[in-house]
Each structure stands twice: as C-alpha cells, then as structure tokens.
Design a protein around this ligand. Structure first.
Ligand SMILES: [Zn+2]
Length: 674
C-alpha cells in the first residue's frame, strides 16, 4: 500500500474500509501520514490567518477549517479506535508519539487571538441560522479556553493548566499505588461459601499470580471488592474492605490530600481569572444546566425524596438481617441475599433468551418500527472477528454507516462504547461524507455450535450504545460541530439512556427474546420478575450517587478550604450529611475520587442524575404516544436527535415535552412514589 492509497481510504465520501486500514502495511504508514496531515492543517491555519478582513466570510474561512481538520480527525480516530479494540505495541506507539503534537495544535488554534478576532469579524456578517450557531459554539469553546484574556493572564492560565494536568496525573497514580498496597489472603472456605464460583476462581488466580501461600487473594480492584461486599458472610472482613476502600491515598507517601487541595485552589484561581465566582460556574458555560443554584436545587430535591426511600430500604434490610448494629458494610451483602430471595432473578435462566443474533435483530426491528431506519448489512470481510458493517437508510435515503464490534478479545479494552469515526461533513467539492459510527462491546464469544448468550445487563448495554449511535446517524446534514455527539456534555447521555427503557418492556422483548434452542418466547413471568427487581433498593442507589454529586459540587462551588485539615473536615461533613450511614472516623472517600480530581467529571458528577431526569421525562412521552409508535419515533427523531446542537438542548427538550425537565419522572422510573 502507498500513502496515496491510504489517504484515499480516508478521504472517500463512502464507507471507510476498516479491514484495509487495519493491515500491518497500512498501520506502518500511519505515523508519517498523520504528521503530514497535521503539517498541512498547520500550514492551512497559518494561511487563513494571513487573509485580509475583506476576504473573510464563513464559506472561505470556516468551511476549509472543518474539511482540513476532518481528514486528520478521521485518520486519528481510526488509530485511536484500533488502539482500544486491538491494542498492540505498534498502535500504542503511534498514539503516544502523535497525540501530544495534536494536542499542541489544537491548543494553538483555540488560543489564537488572531483567529478569534477574525471569527469575531465573520460573526458580524449576515449568516444563516446554522452558521451563526456553529460559529457561536466555536467562539464559546475558545472563550472557555481563555483566548479573550489579555496576554499576561493567558500566560498565567497556561501555567495553571500545566500544573493541573500534572497534579491530576499524580492524584491518579497515588490512587492506583495506594490501592495496590492492600490485599487480603485467606484459606477460609467457610466465609466464601455464598460466593459465585467465578469470583472465587478469580481470587485463586490472583493468589497464584502473587505466589501467595493462601488459596485466595482479594484486592480493592472493583470485581474483587464487589465480590467481598456482596458475598462474604464474615462482617469483620467486609468491614476491613469497606474501611480500606474509603481510606485510599489519605496518608503517608501516597497522600492525595495536599494534591486535591492544590487542584481545587488552582481551579478556583482559573475560574477567577476568567471572571467567574466559582469553578462550578465556569464549567457551566458549556453545559445544559443553567446555574449552580439549579444544580444544587436538583440534587437537593433528589435527596429529599430518595432519602426517605433509602431509610425505608435500610429498615427493610435491618429487619431481614435481624441485626441492630446494621452498618454500611452490611448493605450490599444483605441486599444481594434479599434480592435473590424476593425476585428469583437468575442470569442462567434468562441468557438462553438473549442469543446475540436475536438481540441485534430485535433491536434493528424496533429501530425500523420507531424511526423507519433500516440497517442493511454490507458484505465485506470483517475487520475483526465477529465485526459487522451496515449501511443505514431512512425512507430509502442513505444516511450513515454503522460498525458493530460485539465480542470480547484479549486486546480489547473492557466495557462498551460508541464513537463517531466520522462526524459527517461536506468537502470543498460539495460532496457530503456520511457519518460513520461504531459500537464496541465485550460480549462473550460464540463457541462451537453455541451462540453468544447475553445477560439482560448486556442487552441493556447494547441498547444504550446504540442510542448514542442513532443520535449521530439521525443528525440531519449539519455543519460538523452541530452533529450528534457535539452537544452539551450533561445532555449527551440522555439519548443513550432513554433507549435502555425499551429492553425492559415485554412488548419489545416478546418480539425477539426467544429461546435459542426451543424457539419459545420469553415467558411474561420472567420479564415481570426482572422488572420488579429493577427498582430494588432504588432509594439507596440514588442517595449514594447524590452523596458523590454533592461532594463534587460543593467542593467546586463553595470557597476552597485553606488547609488540608480544613479540607478533610469539609469533605467528611458533606459525606456524612448526605449519607444514610454515619461515617466512621477517618473516612476519606475524596482522596480516591478520581472522577473529579483526575477525570473529566469535575463539577460535573451531577450529570449522571441530570441525564437520567431528562431521559425518564422523555420516556414519559414515549409511553404517552406508544412505545412502539411511529408518532413518537418520528417526533423524537426530528425534534431531539436530528437538530444535534443547532439549538441549545434545553430549548429542544422544552419544545418536545412542553415543559422543563421534571424530577417526578425520575422518581416514577425508580418506583419511588409519594
Ligand atoms: Zn453512554
């Protein structure tokens, strides 16, 4: 393969041939080609800046920007995607070498005062509504980065950003290292008698790897921790794990307390530099939530109602456990037991009804019913074992391409996700490049003569990820930054989460959930059981999520503590106030709260419950119009999905439902009444 051939694979307005892109000879050309495309983008950027103001308009200035960056993006997204699904030394090295250069380029663009002035000039010209919105979003993004600040403030900002990224990394490393120090060895079969075989096997494997003298080793890694909290019948062991998990990186050499304090102070400084009262307020510039007060009001309202339900939940558990001194570490254990006894929900009994092929067929059939969207399989060699390619049609119009990479393999990152490999854009010749979107999952591989059988949780995952995919597919031919995923961050999970609702409905399940051997349709009784178990202990679930939401939000909205001791005290008080359990002395969850100190969720943890309120409310509309009705599908596709970011999501939402998001829908969804 030559570089020219590689570029043709990327530049095509048609399907991107992933199988060809993934060959070793194509991969060998990636580093050089990426560098070259970046060089071109940079040269183009410089040339644009030289244009005189009279020549500037949207078509001559902004369109070429999109086209240029898009080709580079498609190639980078491809390698990024391969690195997630088929990671190798080669893919890792390509990313590690190139990513910093790409980040530098975008920093340069976003912080270019010259570019900002030119865009401001174009903003004053007559523009179409879409162009105006697209430009508004570009300018907003640059302002969030600080482009409009005077030179000396921008220099300070750069220093803060650099420090923040170093501190985040240090925070993360401390969490990993501190967690790794804890492990628990045992030979005592009696305390593990209720634990599923696979969890015990994992603990045996851990023991072997560590050359332990004991048969089992458990750690704080999530599957191991969950296994202990749910199934270990010795309360003192659960207590040990609970306390260790809530005292990660809070002392000694891996102490995250000063790191967290420094991060909060720098974020506060950054917000002040930009003219905001708090970091939470600064973050909201690019969010759907209108103000910190509104976020706190929502968290408070959830807490009031769910808090009462959580108390009922705990009361029920106490009675069941016949234990007066019921503690936080007893929760998962007794909840798991009671759930099993009450609902008899059993993955083993459900799985035969969820053969992978049937599930996909059922999902596509539902999509056709709702949106008149047809998934037509394309007969091309799969780019990975089991991977599938589809052309997506709506009313016989070709609207997108879709890849599905369903099965687990050793080189694949765990979890499931959706990516827009190509956002959809028009090049200078007026050719429209349709969006290409991919869903990746980690379902079990089919074996000889036996299809891949999914759990109901897996089915829900597929529906969720497909919800993201359909958001991209159904985006009308927009300007690239107005498409599907490019929406406010606290809205983007609404279209995915809403689709999960359908896989809990018998009306939907009865259409595809048939036993893979006998062909029998899933019994209604099984589905009813499953549904009943869904809201088990939902008060506790919401309250726990809310405790994290409050901690994150108050830390980023109220004045930052002066000292580590004050920070300790503040965090303890917040957690204690919003938790149904009294926190033990030394409780320090925040020192391992990587979501907000080392991830992208700072002042954003609320978005979990926010998006859930939105989708629950939107689903009320589906129930009103009929969950399999074209009336709903058409309206939802046209008013929520197709516009993408053409208008602010709150406007789309209010026009669609006729009201502002209602928290009642969330409680209804979780079966919390009264
Ligand atoms: Zn999602």
């Amino acid at each position: 393969m030559t570089q020219k051939e590689l570029l043709e694979l990327i530049k095509t307005p048609g399907m991107i041939d992933y199988a060809a892109l993934k060959t070793p000879e194509a991969l060998a050309l990636f580093p050089e080609t990426l560098s070259q495309l970046l060089g071109q983008a940079e040269a183009h950027f410089e040339a644009l800046l030289k244009m005189s103001d009279e020549d500037l308009d949207y078509e001559t200035f902004i369109d070429p920007f999109f086209t240029n960056d898009e080709i580079l993006n498609v190639l980078f997204k491809a390698i990024d995607s391969f690195n997630s699904t088929d990671s190798s030394d080669q893919t890792r090295k390509i990313i590690a070498d190139f990513q910093p250069k790409l980040v530098d380029y975008y920093n340069k663009v976003n912080l270019s005062g010259e570019l900002y002035q030119k865009l401001k000039h174009i903003e004053s010209q007559p523009l179409s509504a879409h162009q105006k919105r697209s430009l508004e979003l570009i300018l907003r993004g640059m302002e969030v980065a600080g482009v409009h600040l005077p030179e000396e403030k921008r220099e300070v900002l750069k220093k803060i950003n650099k420090q923040l990224s170093e501190l985040s990394e240090a925070f993360n490393n401390n969490v990993i290292d501190s967690k790794a120090e804890f492990f628990f060895e045992t030979n005592d079969e009696s305390i593990l008698s209720e634990m599923p075989e696979e969890d015990k096997q994992a603990a045996q494997k851990e023991a072997k790897q560590r050359q332990s003298k004991s048969a089992y080793v458990f750690t704080l890694s999530p599957p191991s921790y969950i296994a202990i909290m749910r199934y270990c019948n010795d309360a003192s062991v659960r207590e040990l794990f609970y306390k260790a998990n809530n005292q990660v990186a809070c002392s000694g050499k891996k102490d995250n307390r000063p790191v967290a304090l420094k991060i909060l102070k720098l974020r506060q400084e950054k917000a002040a530099l930009m003219g905001f009262k708090s970091y939470a307020e600064y973050i909201l510039q690019e969010r759907m939530a209108p103000s910190p007060e509104k976020v706190l009001e929502v968290l408070g309202a959830v807490n009031d109602r769910a808090g009462k339900e959580a108390e009922n939940n705990i009361e029920a558990l106490k009675q069941y456990a016949k234990k007066d001194d019921f503690e936080a570490w007893d929760l998962s254990y007794y909840a798991e037991k009671l759930k099993k006894e009450t609902f008899h929900v059993d993955d083993k009994a459900l799985k035969p009804y969820f053969a992978f092929g049937n599930v996909v067929e059922g999902l596509f059939k539902m999509i056709k019913t709702l949106f008149d969207v047809e998934m037509r399989p394309v007969d091309v060699p799969p780019y990975a074992p089991g991977a599938m390619t589809f052309e997506v049609y709506r009313n016989d119009e070709h609207i997108a391409y879709y890849f599905l990479d369903p099965f687990t393999r050793p080189e694949k990152r765990p979890g499931a996700w959706a990516n827009d490999i190509r956002s959809g854009y028009e090049n200078s010749k007026g050719e429209y490049h349709l969006p290409v979107v991919i869903n990746v999952c980690n379902f079990p591989q089919p074996t000889d003569g036996k299809p891949s059988l999914l759990t109901h949780r897996d089915v829900e995952t597929l529906f969720h990820e497909f919800g993201h995919a359909i958001h991209v597919m159904l985006s009308s031919r927009n300007l690239p930054n107005l498409n599907g995923f490019n929406t406010e961050w606290d809205f983007v999970e609404a279209p995915s989460q809403i689709l999960e609702n359908w896989c809990w409905e018998y009306e939907v399940l009865s259409q595809f959930a048939t036993h893979y051997q006998t062909g029998e349709v899933i019994p209604n009784e099984l589905v009813e059981n499953l549904k009943a178990s869904k809201n088990f202990m939902s008060g506790l679930f919401l309250v726990r999520q809310n405790e994290f939401g409050f901690l994150d939000y108050l830390l980023h909205h109220e004045p930052v503590p002066e000292t580590v001791a004050e920070l300790d005290q503040t965090c303890f008080e917040i957690s204690d106030r919003y938790s149904p359990f009294k926190k033990f002395d030394g409780f320090s969850m925040y020192t391992a709260f990587s979501h907000i100190f080392a991830g992208g969720y700072s002042a954003g943890y609320y978005s979990y419950v926010w998006a859930e309120i939105l989708e629950a409310d939107l689903f009320e509309k589906a129930k009103e119009l009929g969950i399999l009705s074209r009336d709903f599908g058409q309206k939802y596709a046209e008013e929520i999905l197709a516009p993408g970011s053409q208008r602010p999501p709150m406007d789309l939402f209010v026009d669609f439902t006729g009201h502002e998001p209602s928290i009642e829908a969330l409680f209804k969804k979780h079966g919390i009444v009264g």
